[in-house]
Design a protein around this ligand. Structure first.
Ligand code: IPM
Ligand code: MN
Length: 374
């Protein structure tokens, strides 16, 4: 029997409640399909930060690197200034582990209501592959008051490092700038992953960018897409601008199979995707390094208002757990978890936000039984 080592990081707010349900389900899937998950829990998040001033230590990161998978709850707390936990924990991990793929399935399960009129599960079934280490997320920029200033900005990655030395001479009262970085290798690796995924599905790949305005960063992105597609002759390709794609996601979601996009647009369009598949309560994500440590999380936040009330919807987290099993190679178990999520919805065994009356912990119990029944 295989044993997988996995780290678990509940985080803030409802994090620990939803992760508890997710773990129950994944352990049940292990029982059913013959594997074991050896969990190690890590304490990160607002509580620890407020007590010790520490977000995530270098030692923790080094240790976590030994795990193939991290199961992550949520971060965010009203007592901590916005951006601190997001950058200091979530983005730090995505970059440190070089999780260059952010995989976000947009799939309408049977029994779920979509706000799109007349669209059915067969119409909404695609995957967004979001680049996860570059673009405007590299975190370099500066705020400048009138006058002269020199800024030295640096990005360190596994693939490369880059330094920008910038002389600013401005007579504006105050201004700010932020640099987006797109690299050839960084684009190529995520595109190859997306092409391979398209090959295994309906063989269509859409690149989403804004190459008509941000001609340098997304011009390079397109050049690499043109080169990469030569290696995948069976895949039909197209380009969509990001503004237009928000229209098509709503009007014709059935057009899409796999969508590959730079980091920031991927962030934005996957919230739209979440909504058309039934809301943030049903939207999972995987931060994947195919040869390293991957991390799985619900797309939604920590909903601090609902902490400890046993009312949070754990389905996105359980689904993220299925993505984790899939990445670990337990394909059958992964599919069975999604099927059981679907069964729970069809049986109306859901939380209040989805029109049900069950509590967070009841959902996990229900799905565990369904997984075990098979
Ligand atoms: C997401 C979130 C994060 C992002 C934030 C919390 C840093 O919105 O995972 O989509 O922007 O990537
Ligand atoms: Mn987001």
């Amino acid at each position: 029997m295989s044993t997988y080592k996995a780290a678990c990081m509940p985080g803030d707010g409802i994090g620990s409640e939803i992760i508890t349900e997710g773990r129950k389900v994944l352990d049940a899937a292990g029982e059913k399909f013959g594997f074991d998950i050896d969990w190690t829990e890590y304490d990160t998040g607002a509580e620890k930060y407020l007590k010790t001033g520490e977000l995530i230590s270098e030692d923790d990161l080094k240790e976590l690197k030994k795990f193939p998978a991290i199961y992550f709850g949520a971060i965010g707390d009203p007592r901590v200034k916005t951006g601190i936990l997001e950058k200091g924990i979530l983005l730090t991990m995505r970059f440190y582990f070089d999780q260059y793929i952010n995989l976000r399935p947009i799939k309408l399960l049977h029994g779920v209501e979509t706000p799109l009129a007349n669209k059915k599960p067969e119409d909404i079934d695609f995957v967004v592959v979001r680049e996860n280490t570059e673009d405007f997320y590299v975190g370099i920029g500066s705020r400048v008051k009138a006058g002269k200033q020199h800024d030295s900005l640096e990005v360190l990655r596994d693939l490369y490092s880059v330094k920008f030395g910038i002389d600013v001479d401005s007579d504006a009262d105050e201004l700010a700038y932020q640099i987006g970085v797109v690299s050839r290798q960084g684009s190529k690796r995520v595109m190859e992953y997306a092409f391979r995924m398209a090959e295994s599905r309906k063989k269509k790949l859409t690149s989403v960018d804004k190459a008509n305005v941000l001609t340098d960063v997304y011009g390079l992105w397109r050049d690499v897409f043109e080169e990469t597609k030569k290696g995948f002759p069976d895949v039909t390709t197209e380009y969509n601008f990001v503004d237009a794609v928000t229209m098509w996601f709503v009007k014709n979601p059935e057009w899409f199979d796999v969508v590959v996009t730079p980091n920031m647009f991927g962030d934005i369009i996957t919230d739209l995707g979440a909504m058309i598949q039934g809301g943030l309560g049903l939207a999972p994500g995987g931060n994947i390094n195919p040869k390293g440590t991957s991390m799985f999380e619900p797309i939604h936040g920590s909903a601090p208002k609902y902490k400890g009330m046993n009312v949070a919807n754990p389905l996105a987290t359980i689904w993220a757990g299925s993505l984790m099993l899939d990445t670990l190679g337990e394909k059958e178990a992964a599919a069975s978890v999604v099927r059981s999520i679907e069964h729970s919805i069809l049986a109306k065994a859901v939380t209040k936000d989805m029109g049900g009356s069950m509590r967070t912990s009841d959902i996990g119990d229900w799905i565990v039984k369904d997984v075990l029944r098979g």
